[in-house]
Structure formats: C-alpha cells, structure tokens
Design a protein around this ligand. Structure first.
Ligand code: 13P
Length: 251
C-alpha cells in the first residue's frame, strides 16, 4: 500500500548553519517520537551534503528543490540530478508552482527533468496545481490532468510507480487559505483516477499524493484523514521543527 509522507520545502530560506540546526532539531524530535509516516526535508542545494549528515537517514529523507534538465556540461549555475544524488539526497521536488511561475518551467521541460531524476535513482516529488482563476473557472481538473499528461504520461507504469505527486493549489500557497478537506479529497481522487486510467489501478493505489498549501498542525489532521490525501508538502510550517512535527504527528 502507498506510503504516507510529510515533506518540508524550505524554499529559499535558512543559511547553511540555520539549515543544519533545523535538520538536527527535526531528527532529534523524530528519534524521541517515532513518526508514523515518511519524513522528508527539501533543502537548498548547498545544504544537501550537510543536512544528509545531520539527520538519521532511517527517519528523514533529504530532497533537493530542483535539478537541471541536462545531464552535464556547459550549463553555468545549474545542478544536475547526478550531482544531487551524489550528496546523499534521495528525493527531488520538481515542477513547484514557483519554478513554473517565476522561472518559466514548462511541462515539456519538467518531462526532461523527471527522466533525469529517475535515471539517477532520485524520487521525484512532482508538483501540480491550478491558479485561482483556473479554480474559479472550474478548470482545475483539466489543468492538473494536463500537467500530469504532458510531463509524466510518457513514462512506463514501472517508472511512474517511483513518483510521488504533490497537489498544491497555487491560491493556497503561503496565503493562509487552505483547500477544504472536501476540495482536497475531490481533486486527489480525480488525480488518482487520471493515474489509474493511464497506468492501471494498482499503480494508482500505490501512488502517494500529497497536499500542499498553507498546511499546518491545526489543519493537517482533517486533510490527511481523507482517503486520497497521503500526506503533505509543507512550506512555511516546515521552517520550525516544533511546527513541522505538529504536522507529522497528524499521522
Ligand atoms: P506553504 O505551506 O507555505 O503554503 O507552502 C506550500 C508549498 O509551496 C510547499 O511546496
């Protein structure tokens, strides 16, 4: 059966020193209180090597927040999937709405990044989600289907089974406005159906689909109680160990 996962996305926050401190705090809390789910920390590239060392790897996995769409070579400033892998990180967040909106990442580009992440043995946490205008126009189903279709439908069922999906409605990210448990369940069930129609019921059943967008300790329990919500991708509330643990403890 699919895994429940609570993943933090630190985004562009924390100096190296602060990141190591936070990773150690999270690991210590989880050593004392064994989690009932997989826990992942999404750290900036330059933190990866150190936060991998700072945590108990049996309790906490480490994710990069991006990787390049090229294998290697003359791409100044880029970080490849194999470089991420060499740090000891095992996950990579791909297609976050901030990457799509501010850095022009398209589904076609994300297809390339996904292939390279998988080829290097990383687990992609692949983000999808609609903006407010799309939700208001009742286009959210169509939008997420298109994102999955264009970036992931070329994969074999076996390759797709290595992917974690994260549904993050853009209107809920960093706004304090959370999708209601009913809204989350409705679209997560739809996403699982899209996966089932393409890759089969068993792959769909085994795919973890996380919710992201103003998820915090006070609303995590009711969100995670839904049958198709398998955890969360957490921004702001992952920047403090106690707050983050409050969400982990919802499982
Ligand atoms: P917030 O939890 O800060 O809304 O961010 C969600 C997010 O974008 C995680 O990737």
């Amino acid at each position: 059966m699919r895994q429940n996962i609570v993943a933090g996305n630190w985004k562009m926050n924390n100096t190296l020193e602060e990141g190591i401190k936070l990773a150690k705090e999270v690991s210590a809390i989880l050593t004392a209180n064994k989690p009932n789910c997989k826990v992942v920390l999404g750290a900036p590239f330059i933190h990866l090597t150190e936060v991998v060392k700072a945590v108990d790897s049996s309790l906490v996995g480490i994710a990069a927040q991006n990787c390049a769409n090229k294998e290697s070579g003359a791409y100044t400033g880029e970080i490849s999937a194999s470089m991420v892998k060499s740090t000891g990180a095992t996950y990579v967040i791909l297609g976050h709405s901030e990457r799509r909106a501010y850095y022009g990442e398209t589904n076609a580009l994300l297809k390339e990044k996904t292939d390279l992440a998988l080829a290097n043995g990383l687990t992609p946490i692949f983000c999808i989600g609609e903006v407010l205008e799309e939700r208001e126009a009742n286009k959210h189903f169509e939008v997420v289907k298109n994102q999955i279709e264009e970036a992931l439908f070329h994969l074999s069922a076996d390759a797709f089974s290595k992917i974690v999906l994260a549904y993050e409605p853009v209107w809920a990210i960093g706004t304090g406005k959370t999708a209601s448990p009913e809204q989350a369940q409705e679209i997560h069930a739809y996403i699982r159906k899209v996966v089932a129609d393409k890759f089969g019921a068993s792959v769909a059943d085994n795919t973890s689909i996380l919710y992201g967008g103003s998820c915090k300790a006070s609303n995590a329990k009711e969100l995670f109680a839904n049958p198709d919500v398998d955890g969360g991708l957490i921004g702001g509330a992952s920047l403090n160990a106690e707050d983050f643990y409050g969400i982990i403890a919802a499982f």
